[in-house]
Design a protein around this ligand. Structure first.
Ligand code: ADP
Ligand code: ADP
Length: 237
């Protein structure tokens, strides 16, 4: 589903973000990327949908080159990829339903959807997505009235409404308390299983990675220093 072929990233100031990464993430995997701050986790994740341009190599998603895609082709690849961020990236002053519907911008290129007005079937899809993360009853509440955990579930619902086949989550629980962290990780795991959505999550807690991942990739200074199952990920590794 996601292929890295000799991928390197050097930032303009000379900092190495990624160094010759070669790996394949299969459909339905739940991969957790672990590593210390500065290891390259964020660079790795953001390269996949080209929020970040790589310096050399090639990345493919669903067999299609992200690296060489442009215009409409890139938009179509990006539609398959839902992003979940540490700070949720919701539109604070809009309600939950509108936020989830924003995942469907790009499905219609009409002025209406750009203004935030969607056909009824889209609203049904958005409500179903909210149902999956158990916050359907919050649909008409303003996003900034929700707790952090609820906001993160809204952002997961937005990815579902987008009908993404891949979810990329960049430190999705970094600003949440331990209990809420579990709820959000449980949601991501459940969605990964039930909908076979390929999921890549950046975390800096190895214990959470062991608990939730089907595969753990360890980064250090932009290089893969571990790639294996949670069982293989001992503290020595
Ligand atoms: P992580 O997500 O594991 O904390 P990052 O991918 O954010 O790591 O960063 C990897 C390396 O690239 C770090 O050394 C970081 O300082 C550097 N880096 C990240 N973004 C930039 C940037 N825009 N310009 C220069 N260096 C950057
Ligand atoms: P009103 O628009 O009068 O506030 P509605 O019940 O029609 O009341 O909508 C409440 C909110 O639900 C709106 O602010 C909007 O964000 C969202 N909403 C409802 N239906 C749609 C739709 N078809 N397309 C986009 N957003 C919708």
């Amino acid at each position: 589903m996601i292929e890295f072929d000799h991928v390197s990233k050097v930032y303009p100031n000379g900092t190495v973000g990624l160094r010759d990464i070669n790996l394949t993430i299969k459909e339905g995997e739940l991969v957790v990327i672990v590593g210390l701050s500065g290891a390259g986790k964020s660079t790795f994740l953001r390269s996949i949908n080209r929020l970040n341009e790589i310096s050399s190599g090639e990345i493919r998603v669903g067999g299609q080159s992200v690296t060489r895609a442009a215009g409409r082709q890139l938009r179509l690849i990006r539609r398959d990829i839902g992003m979940v961020f540490q700070n949720f990236n919701l539109i604070k002053r809009q309600n939950v339903l509108s936020n989830v519907l924003s995942g469907r911008v790009g499905y219609h290129s009409t002025l209406r959807t750009m203004l935030g007005w969607f056909p009824k079937p889209d609203v049904a899809i958005a409500l179903e997505a909210l149902n999956r993360v158990n916050i359907r009853e919050k649909a008409y509440i303003r996003a900034d009235q929700l707790s952090g955990g609820q906001q993160q579930r809204v952002s997961i619902a937005r990815a579902l409404a987008q009908e993404a086949r891949v979810i990329l989550a960049d430190e999705p629980v970094a600003s949440l308390d331990p209990l809420t962290t579990r709820q959000v990780m449980d949601d991501l795991k459940r969605i990964n299983r039930e909908m076979n959505i390929t999921t890549v999550i950046n975390l800096h807690f190895i214990d959470l990675a062991r608990e939730y991942a089907t595969r753990i990739i360890g980064l250090r200074a932009g290089e893969v220093v571990f790639d294996g199952t949670p069982e293989e990920a001992t503290d020595e590794a």
